[in-house]
Write a protein that binds this ligand. Sequence first.
Ligand code: T3D
Length: 263
Amino acid sequence: MAFETIVYEVTRGVALLTLNRPETLNSFNTLMHEEVRRALSDARDNTEVRCLVITGTGRGFSAGQDLNDRSVKAADEVPDLGESVEKNYNPLIRNIMTLEKPVIAAVNGVAAGAGASIALACDIVIAAESASFVQAFCKIGLVPDSAGTWNLPRMLGLPRAKALAMLGNKLSAEQAEQWGMIWQCVGDDELMPETIHMAEHLANQPTLGLGMTKKLLNESFSNSLHHQLELEKDAMRKLGQSHDYREGVAAFMEKRKPVFRGE
Ligand code: T3D
């Protein structure tokens, strides 16, 4: 697939989506939103894809909205940010968080504004030690969008979520790992090898089971225990009929490595 603002390639079951506007720290303009939407749609529909990785080119993961597109010079040029969020950022986050396949964010550099929210919407976040997370919204009078106000308190608890969102301090990758906001902070040179190693592992796992695990965990915060138990039962019933469950049990009994097909 040919793109101008991203690079998207599928290799050995892993779709690698690289945000590619390094001159603005991979901030999002309209074209990038369109292209990321097309790539995510392929990641969803392409049965060859069993794990998605999102990363960035250069020294940024993403600085969120491209502020060059937000003219505030004249009083009559008031942008409708609600429309932008509804049309672009909300679908982007829904596409990531409801994709029934594992999504890894390989945070190569600074992740700011919606860029931070996008990274945190991914299932597993690995960050280079030189990377950082900035809730930049407060510096321009906005709120953490792209599920920032949903994910931050769930990951960090309210005290840290509020301080980060109100102060806009840069949080190092190392601190983010210590706080449990991300899975792992690794050396800069190890970021992509570690990420691809993990992605290829996940791409060979029982994708249906991983997809349902993601869905159940993401939805658990708004469900009662009783409702969650019902959902687990339904998922177990469905997965018990899958190829990969039969293969997993057979491989265990036969003391061999399972060959999962993601179905
Ligand atoms: O508007 C809507 O549609 C609603 C939705 C909004 C979602 C949002 O994401 S709102 C938040 C938008 N993002 C920001 O406010 C972040 C702005 N950027 C920064 O605060 C800083 O750049 C960083 C903390 C991310 C990194 O700082 P630093 O010192 O490492 O780099 P820098 O020098 O500030 O930036 C490097 C270049 O990238 C620079 O360009 P230049 O001077 O080299 O030509 C800078 O202007 C450019 N850049 C960085 N962020 C953006 C950007 N250009 C356009 N838009 C950006 N968001």
